[in-house]
Design a protein around this ligand. Structure first.
Ligand SMILES: [Zn+2]
Length: 484
């Protein structure tokens, strides 16, 4: 019995590795095909053998925003102290197994994106991989419809929860400031160790919250005493549910133009040594917004929890954070740069309500709270059946109150964009440009022109749109005008 299993796993390994070399694969496919072959032949039992090659185990990172950035920073931190294998932008079990085929290491660090239960298999993935850690960034409303099927928020939250549900050992790492991830953490406290992270800084989100934030326990409205970024903050409910005390915090934020200084404080359980570690030291990070501060803090606590070399924590964290720059962020990231000498432009993806709001907040942190009166806003809309994303976007734009909103389709449907425009123009001065998805060059050309010819000192361009195809190319196009 054991022999035949060994043979099957060896075969699966061979086939998986061979498929890496034999087939000339595109980048996306190459990340998952060998894993697909391995799982097909070897089944779950062989994957368990693969994962047992990792001395400490695997860490899975999930959430709505910031997964890729967080995973990359975790890999930099842990990779500085020990041998790791890692994979980001992977959304399937096959992609994770493909990485596992790379061989022996102390730790595996894997991003795992979950949109809904139907298209992902979070609890199955958790059972197959047997993670030592599941890490939650945050949970916000996003794609409310996938493949033509409504995906209510409760199901979406449940899908995220399922990734840690089968865990019997290891550590769950949760954002204390996000009531949804805090709820998932609290529900695991009886089974495994749970570590929380949260902010303790002066900066505050004064704009109204987008959408109602219900208590995940009793469905009543949550009361906030402070909000750092939309629904992330310090909250409580009459039922007793409240923000957990963070094990690791960022405190004493000093926000400069290019770099921010912040202190790391807390006491965190270190999984490889089984010891609690006290931390209290300053770090220096790029100034890239509160949303990225959360990504950094999430990466820091994951690193502290899983490094086999706790003595190196302070030095490694300071060195890696010091060396970070904006290139760690994805191509669609929100960036601030100058066009035509003195016009300040903030441009980048804001695919859901939280992300767009974070972009506005970042622009305000950078240029001042009062900029709205001198700002033109170019809004790239969501698609058909994404009304919930639009509602969240709309409330952020209204509360910001720019001088004009230029509405451009961000995704495929021009009709949907027009429909959203009709709603916007009831409340704010607006105009509409029905530019198709197919002729992206034209769309990018028009947006660049709007930026260049805007009569305002500040321009924000944000909303939905494909990462590289639209945002990456649009940013290059506008930056090429920088010195003209
Ligand atoms: Zn409640």
């Amino acid at each position: 019995m054991e022999l035949s299993l060994n043979i099957r796993c060896a075969l699966a390994q061979l086939a998986g590795k061979l498929s890496k070399y034999i087939i000339k694969l595109g980048r996306g496919m190459g990340k998952s095909f060998p894993g697909y072959i391995y799982l097909k032949i070897g089944k779950k039992e062989c994957v368990s053998k693969l994962t047992s090659n990792l001395d400490i185990g695997s860490i899975l990172i999930t959430g709505t925003n910031g997964k890729t950035t967080t995973t990359k920073i975790i890999a930099l931190l842990l990779g500085n102290d020990t041998d790791i294998i890692y994979n980001y932008e992977s959304n399937t079990i096959n992609a994770i197994i493909t990485s596992l085929l790379d061989g022996n290491a102390d730790l595996g660090v894997f991003e795992y994106g979950i949109r809904d239960i139907k298209h992902a298999i979070p609890d199955t993935v958790s059972r197959i991989i047997g993670p030592a850690g599941v890490v939650y960034t945050n949970v916000s409303r996003e794609h409310s419809q996938i493949g033509g099927v409504k995906n209510p928020f409760e199901k979406y939250l449940k899908a995220k929860q399922l990734l840690s549900q089968p865990m019997k050992k290891g550590i769950v790492i949760s954002n204390a400031d996000d009531p949804r991830t805090a709820y998932i953490g609290k529900s695991k406290e009886e089974d495994v160790g749970v570590s929380y992270y949260g902010l303790d800084i002066d900066m505050e989100d004064k704009t109204p919250i987008t959408g109602d934030i219900f208590c995940p326990v009793c469905n009543e409205n949550l009361t906030y005493s402070k909000r750092y970024l939309n629904h992330r903050g310090i909250y409580e409910c009459s039922c007793g549910f409240s923000r957990p005390d963070p094990n690791l915090k960022f405190t004493q934020l000093k926000a400069g133009k290019d770099r921010w200084q912040v202190k790391i404080e807390g006491e965190v359980f270190n999984y490889p040594t089984g010891k609690s570690i006290k931390l209290d030291f300053p770090v220096d990070v790029p100034s890239f917004g509160v949303h990225n501060l959360y990504n950094l803090l999430c990466a820091a606590i994951t690193y502290v929890t899983f490094t086999p070399q706790p003595k190196r924590i302070e030095k490694t964290t300071q060195e890696i954070f010091n060396s970070l720059d904006l290139s760690i962020l994805p191509p669609g990231r929100f960036e601030i740069f100058k066009v035509n000498g003195n016009k300040l432009v903030g441009m980048g993806q804001g695919d859901n309500g939280d992300a767009l709001k974070a972009n506005i907040q970042f622009m305000q942190t950078y240029a001042g709270d009062e900029i709205a009166e001198q700002t033109g806003f170019i809004y790239t809309t969501p698609d058909e059946d994404e009304e919930e994303i639009f509602e969240d976007h709309f409330s952020s734009i209204i509360s910001f109150n720019p001088r004009i909103v230029h509405v451009v389709p961000g995704r495929e449907s021009v009709d949907a964009a027009q429909k959203y425009y009709e709603i916007i123009k009831e409340k704010l001065p607006a105009d509409f440009y029905p530019l198709s998805h197919e002729d992206m060059e034209k769309r990018i050309g028009k947006i660049s022109e709007l930026v260049k010819e805007s009569q305002y000192s500040y321009v924000i361009v944000s909303g939905c749109g494909p990462e590289q195809y639209m945002w990456g190319n649009l940013k290059s196009s506008c930056k090429s005008q920088q010195n003209r």
